[in-house]
Design a protein. Sequence first.
Lengths: 568, 438
Amino acid sequence: MSEYIIKNGHVFDPVQGIKGDKKDIAIKDGKIADKVSSAAKVIDAAGKTVMAGAVEIHAHIAGPKVNLGRIYRPEDKLFSCTPTKGMERMGGGASIPTTFKTGYEYAKMGYTTAMEAAMPPLFSRHVHEEIRDTPIIDEAAFPVFGNNWFVLEYLKNQEIENTAAYCAWLLKATKGYAIKVVNPGGTEAWGWGLNCLTVNDPVPYFDITPAEIIRGLIEANEYLGLPHSMHIHPNNLGNPGCYETTLDTLKLAEGYKAKNKFGREQVLHLTHTQFHSYGGTNWGDFESKAKEVTDYVNANKNITIDTGNVTLDETTTMTADGPFEHHLTGLNHLKWANVDVELETAAGVVPYIYSPNISVCAIQWAIGLEIPLLMKDPMRCYITTDHPNAGPFTRYPRVIKWLMSAKARETQINAFKHKDKVLSQTAIGTMDREISLYELAQMTRAGPAKSLGLSGMCGGLAPGMDADVAVYNFNPEKPVANPDDIEKAFSRCAAVFKSGVQVVSNGDIVSNGNKRTLWVNVKVKDNPQVTRDIKEKFIKYYSMTQNNYEALGHHFIPNPYALEVDAT
Amino acid sequence: MTKTVTDVICPFCGTLCDDVECVVSDDGKQLLEVYNACVIGTEKFLHSQAKDRVTRPRLRQDDGSWKEISYDEAVEYSAQMLAKAKKPMLFGWSSTNCEAQSVGNEIAEISKACCDNTAATCHGTTLIAVQDIGLPSCTLGEVKNRADRIIFWGCNPAHAHPRHMSRYSIFPRGFFTGKGQMSRKMIVVDPRPTDTAKMADVHLQVEQGRDYELLDALRVAFKGEWLPDVVAGVPAEKIREAADMMKSGRFGIIFFGMGVTQSLSKNHNIDAAIAVTKDLNEYTKFSIMPMRGHYNVTGSGEVFAWQFGFPFSVDLTRGFARYNPGDTSTIDLLIRGELDAMFTIGSDPGAHFPISAVKPIANMPSVCVDPHLTPTSGVSKLHVPVAFNGVEVGGNCYRMDNVPIDCRKVVEPPEGMLTDEQFLIKVRDRLKQLKGVA
């Protein structure tokens, strides 16, 4: 494999504590190396910023609901199609790009690893086909567990060991990565057109509460010692006043400590926090409760969060929170798609336009920025747009601009139609913090990698780690003349390496890389009861046979990389 | 000794039954018996064993006769045809696996072709309606476990999807539907007294082509507003009875077929049917699902969508993907004489297109990739027989509810035969050489 040396760049690497020093990064055999031979190809990074490849902790980029979005929104392709170019396949789509375009766009921005945040287990084969067709970036998918009948039945009887054994089985069958929970209990209730809006609402028939599901899955997660923690989208998303449900959810993690060999410290990851930090009683007195939520997270070290920044674009919302999407179509009257999945979950899709002329959208924008600005430890707060829900991932450079420049925020606030309302309902106008490049590397690289249990592999530039490196045309020594220069610099990398292969040069794709599918292979003690229960459910209630359920084979996962966990 | 292969997926209709069992000879070369499948499925499996099966490509000669040629020669003909054509069409894809569809899309991209699947003549109108108004739907297991109201609209599963009612919709005893058929009410909307209609609790014998009016009348009835005495040939009392039955269920579903998608009003019918479903979600839980025909037409739409962004009738001639059914759909392109090469795979347009669209196929360079002798192979210049997908080769397919199921290989194909995917890979690689792309 080729050797490279990236010379004289300003390196930002939280893993080694490097804060912009001029340093050479050597790449050999796909890994970061101490030194390379004189034959190594030299990449001149003088006056540029060098970071590890970025890690996406939560995005909806592959699978049935993403593709349903593509199918039912031809308008999303208007003016967003890209032709075949060199080794790039043709692409299309703005908020829900085609798989090829998804891979290229991430790579061009310096992202080398991404997590598909919600995989319906029954559709895992579809998710993996799309992951296969997404070039360059390493990917993994989180199967959803929070409304799964096995989980509901085991946890009703507090059977943690059985829950854990089932989770291990499902992770293997679906080649999944982590325990994802979406609107626990509420999505099962949606099977009857109902919902659970607090952590204490009982789930119809199953007679269990969201709180019991959340606690049980944290315990199962730590019983197994998985690389990532339980990853939750709580109940009551998106409603005025929902921050109380969010705090109730976070409090359920009290007393739990992470147990794993991957260096992860949290037991709960709260995703798209912006959508869960709303105060007020209606859309008129809608206000930010970012402070209340971040105060709690700042004080509790066993929690990590991601932001879910609203980018003020037309986009396509999609979530396993089926009842929420039905609620949303009632609000905006745009087309509603829904898929209930037998025994497991549901999903909904509704287009949404975050207009800067609507006060609620502008307040959402402000809350998304308040959260990272209020978080004291950037290693526990990661930048996402919950792609495509709050905005497309291709807007990360713009979010970075807003975070790194108070002036850019001010410009945007002044452009809002209801500026006064934004200033009265949020604290964004009083915040002058500007995220540094080092903090940015924590929020987009080292932090999410650690939360995912991948800190030994990616998110840093220490020798021995995967050679995922991004070089940006951004000189940290020069003052920023115009905040838009930040957005421009982070939109297209000067160079990107993925596992030691140069995939981007001057903003163009030069290789389709060596993409891997990450998954977690857990060994558990033989559990005859769970084995029998699985068999019985397939015979009686599933619409397909157990032998056809597993995602298996080269056509689904051509290049697997399993993280081994021994929970016996 | 014989062997039994279990959990076999039936490659016939969109029901995609995956509990079929096949008995094969010890050497794995002969398929002897098929269990659990319906008569159509059984026939599909057993037909692969036909003694008079064509096993090598055949090229039409000037005198009208067929000449057997090698696969390599067939690859050369296909690649040359696609390289020379200004606007070729790659049509079909509904009876092959997703891996072959994927390679086909690469070929389409290299040759800047139009590509389309059988939805163009089937549920394409459904997809247009979904693009208008959305689609509240579910998987078939949800129907089995929860549904107590089943509506079949313009479809006749008793004949077209024979195991649908026993596996998913009417008879099974699911988690919340322990009494099976007894716990379900069944409404059939069809102008004909079909075998499905004969089973129904309520049969709304709609006047042919008046489905839109009846759907609208149901929406009025849900709200308890005034109705004329008769709408679309159905008395108002009967409409109200059906409306009350739908509203009073705990979980209902509308299954619909070509009776509504390809009759007068087309996609507007489906718009209305989806609106009915949305309305019902104000009272209870309701879903709607198209009864997809070919076993992997759904998969073709999925692969098109994640690779090009559109589910059917995709035009790549400008170097990027465009979609405009009516303009970029196969029949329209054929009738307008815009195509100069036709590559058909996994479908039989010769039997299903209007004759004015079939004639042009006979007059242009054309390839038909199909294990069977069909009207399409009859009018094409080159017929390439391939292994039966789902019988002689596996590969992923999508059920009518979009659930992916990986097909199984049951027996070996006749010696020397290529699969769809293998043939397409050869064509792709040769085409790349001809076009000079890396």
